[in-house]
Structures are given as C-alpha cells and as structure tokens.
Write a protein that binds this ligand. Structure first.
Ligand SMILES: [Zn+2]
Ligand SMILES: [Zn+2]
Length: 304
C-alpha cells in the first residue's frame, strides 16, 4: 500500500512525528492490564477498594499502586464514604469516562481478529441495535480509513528534535512463554513498548529496518525479535523492497490509536498540537482531524 499523504514528509520529520507523539503518555495510562480492568470495573458505578479486589482478584499492593496512578492521572477520584471518614470509594472522572469508546474498540478488535467473545454486549442507546463503533471525522462524518491523515507542520523553520521517551510502564514481552502470536490481544500489542513503537513507525511511513532502528533507538537483536513476532502475529509483512508494512490486521488498530491520541491531546497536561508543532489533517475534508466514535448503524456519538 502506498502512502501518498506522506510523500512530502522527510525522514527526519517522520522520526520527529513518532518521537513527539502523545501516544507514549497515553499508553502509560492504558497499556497496563490492571489499569484497564480497574477503569472498566468502575465505569458505571463507584467501587470500594475491597469490592475491586473481589471483582478482579488483584493483590492489595498492586491495586493500591494502580489506584494511586489512576488518581494521579485524573482518571479516577477517591471519595469518602461512611461515617468514619476513613474509608474510600473510587469513582471514574469525566476524563476516565471519555476512554469508554477505547475499551469498546479494543474489545471489537479482539473479537474481529482473535475471535474472542465480546466482553460486553451493549446495545446502542439511540437505535437499540447491538453496539458496534466506528471512528468517523467530526467535521465530514466519513469513517476514518488508513492513510487519510496528513501530518502538517506549523513552522517549517523550527528545528525538529525529540528524544525517544522512556516509559514508566513495565516492559513486558508479548508472546513470552510460547504464546501463539496470533492470540495476542490489541492491548497487549500496545502494552509492549517496542511493538507499539514499531507500529507507530509504520503508520508514519518509516518502513526500512535501518530507519526504524534509528527512530526508536532499539538494539538490533531486539528489533529483529519484535519484527519476527509482529510478522508471526500477522500485524505486519515484508515488502518487496525489503521494508515492512502493516497488514489489514495491523491497520485495524488505527482508528483505536486515533481515539487514544485525541484523548491524550484533550486530557493529558503538556500536550497540544501547538506544542508538538504539528497536527493531522483529514484529507477528505481538509479539516484538522477530530475523531468521533459513533454507532455504525445510526452514527450517533457513543458516550457513557
Ligand atoms: Zn445506534
Ligand atoms: Zn473529515
């Protein structure tokens, strides 16, 4: 598949796009399996500490750490309950609730590509059909397709430099313990720093081995191992020219990634298109892209 929207973007600019993406910070919140599970468990009703343990089977220490982090990121708030004033329950914030479409999109990816049963079989509150979300452009309402977003830089004279960020989240390798790579879930691909960065490179048209290595500053043996895992998981494929490209299965993460990116831009401190020096133009309507997760049947925006 060609990448017409990236034709006039230099390699240095592409590297900058990957390194300066808000996704690094978004995945600190979302790629941890417990954090994801905790947010989902309190999405509709606040829960007490012991109630979350009862639902998720998480250890007290692990839960306490995750709750602190989610409160620090303003996704949850701690509220007193009872007369003693010493006990707390955890309630999702507006910021946390804004992630609900991401949970559904991940669930849909796992259903479509792994055959997993849908975790939650909702119906659309507007048309009452079984809920299925698609990501559309807020401006022109057309569904997002791969490679329709063109990165535009605000100031051509600005020197482009960004370090590759260090991640707070634990480094885990998907596919450890002989897991079948075809069974790796959306959140697990994104949870792995290196797999997520390689997917980011490919989305921004960095597809040669040496260019990926330069962009994400990865040891050659680890890059080779991750590329092999991504190929065996059918997330990417070799190109005839020796580079790599995403498969349909890999591209199916794209709408989800755009919703996560928009969430980060809206809610995470220190991120804005102005600060990053670039934005994404939706090429069908030539507006700045603003994604909406909408019901596939009635096009109404999904919110909890
Ligand atoms: Zn609907
Ligand atoms: Zn549009």
């Amino acid at each position: 598949m060609g990448q017409p929207v990236l034709q006039h973007v230099s390699l240095a600019e592409r590297i900058y796009l990957v390194r300066s993406s808000v996704m690094h910070d978004v995945l600190d919140v979302l790629a941890d399996p417990w954090q994801l599970a905790i947010l989902k468990s309190v999405l509709h009703n606040p829960l007490r500490f012991d109630e979350i343990i009862g639902r998720l089977g998480i250890s007290r220490a692990a839960l306490s750490m995750r709750l602190n982090l989610l409160c620090e990121h303003n996704c949850l708030q701690r509220e007193h309950y009872g007369s003693s004033g010493k006990r707390f329950e955890y309630r999702i914030t507006e910021q946390g609730r804004d992630l609900a479409p991401v949970f559904i999109l991940m669930d849909q990816w796992n259903h479509d590509w792994l055959g997993s049963p849908l975790e939650t079989a909702h119906e659309c509150p507007h048309c009452l059909q079984p809920l299925r979300l698609q990501v559309i452009c807020r401006q022109c309402r057309t569904p997002l397709r791969p490679l329709q977003l063109k990165p535009l830089f605000f100031d051509e004279n600005e020197s482009l430099y960004a370090e590759i960020p260090d991640y707070r989240r634990t480094r885990s390798t998907p596919g450890k313990n002989d897991t079948d790579p075809m069974l790796i879930r959306a959140e697990a691909w994104l949870r792995d720093r290196w797999s997520a960065l390689i997917i980011g490179c490919l989305l921004f048209g960095i597809f040669r081995y040496a260019d990926i290595q330069e962009c994400i500053d990865i040891a050659p043996n680890i890059l080779a191992q991750r590329l092999d895992l991504l190929i065996r998981g059918q997330m990417l494929q070799r190109r005839e020219d020796g580079g790599y490209s995403l498969t349909e299965r890999g591209y199916a993460l794209y709408p989800m990634i755009q919703v996560m990116r928009a969430w980060g831009m809206k809610w995470l401190p220190g991120h804005s298109p102005i600060k990053h020096g670039w934005g994404l133009l939706h090429t069908p309507c030539l507006s700045w892209f603003n994604p909406v997760a909408a019901c596939i049947h009635c096009q109404m925006q999904y919110s909890v």
